[in-house]
Each structure stands twice: as structure tokens, then as C-alpha cells.
Design a protein around this ligand. Sequence first.
Ligand SMILES: [Zn+2]
Length: 411
Amino acid sequence: MATILLENATLIDGTGADPKRGVSVLVEDGRIQSIFTDKSKRPKADKVIDLSGMTLMPGLTDAHVHLGALGVNSPRTQSPEDNLTSYVLDVVENIETALQEGFTTVRDAGGLDPAFAFAVESGHIKGPRILPSGSFISQTGGHADFRDRFDDRPPRVVPGILAGPVLCDGPDAVRAAAREQLRKGASQVKLMGSGGVVSPNDPLEGTQFTVDEMLAAVHEARAVGTYVMAHCHTSPAVNNALDAGIRSIEHGSILDEATAKRIVKEKAFMVPTIHIIEMLGANSTAHGLSHYSLHKLDKVRSQLPLSVALAAKTGVSLGSGSDFLGKKQSKRGLELVSKATVLGEMAAIVSATGTNAHLFNMEDRIGVVKEGRDADLIAVAGDPLSNIGVLVDAANVKLVVKSGTIVKNTL
Ligand SMILES: [Zn+2]
């Protein structure tokens, strides 16, 4: 592999440390070989890139993507009008856009067949490293049961292409569903633990799956060295998930203090998804939300920033997730902008780099710019600490290096 020397950058390293000016980074064999400011130590390299005026950062990560969930309501509803070839091309476009925007690792929170992650790994798709969950696992009538009341056909699944939801009830069925997703290549298992905004028939406050059902999935995930992530908007749902040993709490939108403390005690993570809620609120008609969904959205929208602030104050490890759905997913960095309005720019950046890396169990490889780590690096025009909005537009992300290979360079 060619060695790359990135010179004269301002470094934000993903740990929360103050930025450093005049930093150079040598990339060798896919890793960060050395980081230095002393020019007299300047090593030889095959390629030298001057990053004067640019900010060098770890590749961004997104812990809650739905690259394959193209309909707001369901991966199933897209099938009658849209053929599977178009579906695949739309998914590939979502994947490619994420990398162009500087995201080098993403965790899919359901709806993407792991085959797409394999296609990235093998070089067929130019995208971020994807940690897929495969299908959503939901109880009947739960958040991933998007059928209307008069439809009892099972959701559509096309192995290798379309990972529609799996609806199951009882610990053994949940166990089998978790095993099935892991067999198909899921990095972790995704469960629906509470009602949700866009689902047609479930109250937001409803808890979904019993602790025993979730425990079965947690057992299976742990048996192969991984974990479960659960969609939970409210405190009772979060507590059920924690009772079952679930490690990654998605949303946590309506959180009380005792529950926040418990997340810390159990060493779990929370991934609030702030921007999507604002966006759905601002464009509810465009997204075709029903009155019922709008009512649920209002509850989440009023509480979510308060819950994020409470979680941060309590010491909860907060990951960063966009929860973007649909076709033409772009401007993923908007989640960092929303997070920054609650917690500040640096906290938003750390959540989307260092903290997410811990959440993914990849802290030894990615998330911070440190000698020996994978060379996942981006260079951005401007200073995200004075204007975090620079991370929103792909045009500002001038350089993307993934595992030591330059995958974008518009310098
Ligand atoms: Zn989601």
C-alpha cells in the first residue's frame, strides 16, 4: 500500500481534546503510523497532501442508519410500485453518499440486508464500512409491524436483497429470529422495545416484547460475542431493555432521571436521534404522516432535547445516530448540528467518532486519530468547532481516507 503524508492540518482527534495546529499524520499499511508537529522529523511518503487551512478528523460514524429502509413507513410498501433493481440502485446511492459525506463506518439499525455490507467489503460498492442488523425484529403489532389493520400478509423479505421486518412472539420465536439475522451476517441484533412515531397501530408509550423475549435475543447475541440494540422511546421500555441486558438504547426520547442513572450503572449506551424528529415535524405533510403519528411525534419532539441534556448531565455515553430513512439520504451531518445545539460542538463530534467507536466495540481500531489505529480520516474545509454546519455539505469534505486508502480527494 502507498504511504500517505497528510501535512499542516488542524487536528480534532475524536477524544474531546483541544484541536492542535500544524499537525502531520503518516499513513502506512492502512494505519496511522505517526503523528507529529516537528517538521525536522518529516518522513518520506509516496503521496504528500498539504492540509493547510483544513481540519483533519477521524472518519465520521453514524450509529443509527437505515440505508435500506426506503419508504418512511416500511421496506415493504416500496415493493409493489418499485422493482427490486431500482431498490438496489437506490440503496447503493444511499451507501455511496454516506462515504462522500465523510462517514467511514455506519451501523445499520434495521432494514438493510447484510449482503450490501459484504458488497462494500469486497469493493463492489464504494461506501463506508457497514455494521448491519439485517431485519428489524418486532412483536406482532409492534413498531416494525407497518401493516394496516386489515392486512394480515407477512412482511416481504427477499434474502440477499430486501430485509423486511421479522414479526415474532414468544422467547423461542425471538431466539430463532435473532439466530436467523446473525446467520445472515448481522453484526448485532435490532429489536423494537417500544411504540414508535411512524408505525400505524402502536401507542408510543407501549412497551414491546417482554423481558424474557428480549433476554432470548441478548443470550444469542452474547453467545457469538455481540450485543442487542433496542428501539425504546420511553423510560419503562428502556428499563425493560436494561433488565434484559441490552447494551444499546436507541432514541431514549422521553427519559427520567432514575432511568438515565440506570443506563450509566449498566454501562449501556444511548443513541438519541434528534434531527429526524425535527425534520419530520417540519415536513410532516411531505412525509405523509397520519394524525395518529403526528400526535406521537409531538410528544417525542417536546421531550427529546430535555432527555438528551438530562442523559449527558447524568453521564450517559451518548452515541450519534441520524435515523435517516427513505431514498436519497444525504446531509447526515445534520444530526451533529442538532446535537451541538443541545450539548455543544465538541460533544457532538466526540459522540460521532470516539463514543460510537466504543459502542461498536471498535475502539481499538477507529474513532480517534492515534498512532496504530486504522487510518479512517477526513479533511474538512473550515472549522467545525466554530461552525459545525461545515460537516453537513459533502462539498466541504475534501478528503476521505478509509483503511489507509484515499476514497475521495477533491483538494
Ligand atoms: Zn431507526
